[in-house]
Design a protein around this ligand. Structure first.
Ligand code: FAD
Length: 390
């Protein structure tokens, strides 16, 4: 009979503030009603879930990712909880929210001027515009600071050339582009509208993870960017994309928590319901060990991510702490997803049963926002004082 809520079990809800609890409840209700029953049609066809995203609008959910006057005020944990609840249904849906908020909107909030915020942030916050964040290139993934997309100053603006790869929402309305200024050799940031001449985005085909996210290969051919679309307070890679990634990497592990929780819930439900050899699968010792391993891994990860989020809110999270938590939790998510997949047998490969999505999506969580290796090296550098890469 027992169906233990993995948050309830160690009283993890008690670690949340009343506001965080309230937001979690609202998002959970929305996701379980509007997302979970519908998302897999989009997953199977690898389409962007426009109808579901439209249904998010009245919730004004994205206001929680911004401080006043554009939002309700932020807390890392509140933002994380929203992503966790979204990922319980689909990590791709959570990733869409993360790209729009942790990358696009946070960049506009941190580096945009008032005019840029009025023009773009008010629209992206209310999902009137959807947009992406372009750092990675075909030739520069982990070595992102060597990027070669470039701008040249001309009268009244800049001319942009180059490419970007893997850019989520890259075929929607706007894109933050990180590009090298050929005059200064520094990385700078720009707001680019996808309708401008010279912008070409192709959705990357054959992607078997985060299926609903429209990841694009983009080329820029002599795009004119007016002066007013430059993010003037960005000075270089460090005081630019790196700051945004320091922020998003604190919150992205919450998506991994959502996947672990989703796997736990689906595995528990399945194994307590399905019978073999005259008993529910969950009555067998091997299955119970797996369930407890998934539960404990979720709880340990939750406590780690929660602690990191609180430290980040106090301004005390270092780059090494952020990287080590992101690396560890996403690595554990792979393990949890594999266990869950196993427990459902043949039905574990059906998208409606979640665990096969968890298995493939965990591969991306492990890779994007800095791979496991790179995040380990960042943390390794901090704890040893010795850099193993540039
Ligand atoms: P590579 O850098 O080529 O790495 C390949 C392998 O080599 C990895 O295992 C890596 O860990 C290892 N490796 C590399 N360097 C070292 C080293 N020095 N030491 C040891 N091992 C090393 N980017 C964006 O800008 N915007 C987005 O919206 C975005 N969304 C994404 C969505 C998806 C689905 C994916 C897959 C990626 C996305 N990315 C995005 C890009 C992502 O951040 C990169 O894929 C990631 O940084 C790794 O780069 P890479 O894929 O080129 O791998």
């Amino acid at each position: 009979k027992a169906q233990i809520d993995p948050m309830e079990y160690l009283s993890l809800y008690n670690l949340l503030t009343p506001e965080e609890l309230e937001v979690r409840k609202v998002v959970e209700a929305f996701v379980q009603k509007e997302v979970a029953p519908k998302i897999n049609d989009y997953v199977e066809s690898a389409q962007f879930p426009t109808e579901i995203v439209n249904a998010v609008k009245p919730l004004k959910l994205f206001h929680h990712f911004l401080d006043k006057p554009y939002g309700h005020g932020t807390s890392y944990t509140k933002q994380g909880i929203i992503l966790m609840e979204a990922a319980r249904a689909d990590a791709g849906f959570a990733t869409f929210i993360a790209v729009q908020n942790l990358l696009l909107n946070y960049t506009l909030e941190k580096y945009g001027n008032e005019a840029q915020k009025q023009k773009y942030l008010t629209k992206t916050r209310d999902i009137e515009y959807i947009g992406g964040w372009g750092l990675t290139e075909r030739g520069y993934g982990s070595d992102a600071s060597s990027l070669t997309a470039n701008v040249k100053k001309v009268q009244g603006g800049y001319i942009l050339n180059g490419d970007k790869r893997w850019i989520g929402n890259g075929n929607k309305d706007i894109l933050i582009v990180w590009a090298r200024n050929l005059d200064t050799n520094k990385v700078e940031g720009f707001i680019v509208e996808t309708k401008w001449q010279g912008y070409h985005a192709e959705v990357i085909q054959g992607k078997l993870a985060l299926r609903i996210v429209q990841n694009c290969q983009i080329t820029f051919t002599n795009i004119f960017i007016p002066d007013e679309n430059k993010l003037d307070s960005v000075t270089d890679f460090q005081n630019g994309p790196n700051q945004i990634l320091m922020h998003s990497r604190v919150i992205v592990p919450w998506i991994a928590l959502g996947v672990m929780r989703g796997v736990y819930e689906h595995s528990l439900k399945w194994t307590t319901t399905r019978k073999q050899f005259g008993k529910p699968l969950a009555a067998f010792q091997l299955q119970q060990e797996r369930l407890v391993r998934i539960l404990s891994t979720f709880q340990a990860s939750f406590l780690m991510v929660m602690r990191l989020s609180r430290l980040a809110a106090e301004g005390k999270a270092t780059i090494g702490m952020i990287s080590s938590v992101k690396a560890w939790v996403t690595d554990k998510t792979r393990e949890v997803a594999r266990l869950g997949r196993e427990m459902l047998g043949g039905d574990g490969i059906i998208s409606d049963n979640y665990v096969i999505k968890a298995l493939t999506d965990a591969e991306v969580l492990y890779t994007y926002e800095g791979t496991y290796d790179i995040n380990s090296l960042v943390a390794g550098r901090e704890i040893t004082g010795l850099g193993a890469f540039k």
